[in-house]
Design a protein around this ligand. Structure first.
Ligand code: TRP
Length: 336
């Protein structure tokens, strides 16, 4: 398949159930890109093992994430979805990049500093994480990477690695740029921090309607609205922000006005949100259910994705080895 469109690469960690932060902040954006770019989307299991995990659960996590991505509308006919560890070239290129990456820059990464702070022991993998990420992207010579702001620094390092390698061994890698969509920052049900598995403040993408209701029931609203008849400020309320993603304009205007005049309480406002959210996500739940019953189809898609990526990856690595003087061109004929 020859494809002249610009190449896009992005990765997502199989850290557990996909949640609304993943969906609104990343996945939905990925779906929109498949018509305009040659998109490679990767389930980055080799990144996920850096955090403490249970080996017997990993296969399920990868499968569930694949199901969520496909159910969200990633069409395997129009993009390539694969699992990182199915393409060993990622780690191969990461090793090569390690040799041109200054240690000091890795130690300066905000994510590394945040995750290593106060820890007695920190693995080399945590430090090396962004080098594997650079390898993910550059292995396919992708020019564009849809990521949120929290990944800009890692992407800058990818550019730096590409530049250093190119200067040392010859022009091969493009410097990948972030592709900033209209991806909003989604806060968790605590209304305080970004929705994430580790913060324990998520609403799962595939939650059934009653679970959506339960998660929203405990969600934090405008903290100044203590009593039912205190007027609220919808613009500081995460529930109102979520209405913006799931409820029709009429409902949004209604809850906005009635919150400000204290003629609707938070409980009712959340109920309205829960019902629109459940309805909006119903087709995704439905598709996920069908996919879960057909694992052969899911694995078939991942296998086909890996097969394509291995071809692309091998081609890059052959050139890498060639430029680096590692390619075996003249194998001496065995004596005798
Ligand atoms: N580090 C990214 C995250 O945590 C995941 C990731 C791994 C990634 N490799 C990538 C994102 C390559 C973009 C491109 O969100």
């Amino acid at each position: 398949m020859s494809d002249r469109r610009q190449r896009v690469f992005s990765g997502i960690q199989p850290t557990g159930e996909a949640h609304l932060g993943n969906y609104l902040g990343a996945i939905r954006n990925w779906v929109e890109l498949v018509d305009d770019y040659d998109c490679l989307y990767c389930i980055v299991d080799l990144h996920a093992i850096i955090t403490e995990y249970e080996p017997s659960e990993m296969q399920e996590r990868v499968f569930d994430l694949a199901v969520s991505l496909l159910a969200s509308g990633l069409d395997p006919e129009r993009c390539t979805l694969f699992v990182q560890s199915d393409v060993p070239e990622h780690t191969e290129l990461a090793w090569i990049f390690n040799t041109v990456t200054p240690l000091g820059e890795l130690g300066r990464m905000t994510q590394f500093k945040d995750k290593s702070r106060g820890r007695e022991s920190v693995s080399a993998g945590l430090l090396d994480y962004p080098v594997l990420q650079a390898a993910d992207i550059l292995l396919y010579r992708a020019g564009l990477v849809p990521v949120g702001e929290d990944q800009f620094q890692h992407l800058e390092l990818s550019r730096d690695i590409a530049r250093r390698w190119n200067v040392r061994f010859g022009e091969l890698f493009p410097e990948p740029q972030p592709l900033v969509g209209h991806a909003p920052r989604i806060l968790g049900v605590d209304g305080a921090s970004k929705m994430s598995k580790s913060a324990g403040n998520t609403i799962p993408l595939l939650a059934e309607p009653d679970e959506i209701g339960k998660r929203l029931a405990t969600a934090v609203t405008d903290p100044d609205r203590v009593r039912r008849n205190d007027p609220g400020n919808p613009h500081v309320c995460n529930i109102f922000a979520l209405h913006g993603h799931f409820s029709p304009a009429g409902v949004r205007e209604e809850v906005e006005a009635r919150c400000q005049t204290a003629t609707i309480g938070c409980v009712d406002c959340k109920r309205k949100l829960a019902s629109h959210m459940a309805e909006d996500l119903a087709p995704i739940r439905e598709r996920a259910r069908a996919l879960r019953e057909d694992p052969d189809r899911v694995y078939g898609i991942l296998d086909a994705g890996a097969a394509r990526c291995r071809r692309l990856a091998r081609d890059t690595l052959e050139q890498v080895y060639e430029h680096m003087g590692l390619a075996r061109r003249h194998v001496p004929a065995p004596a005798g």
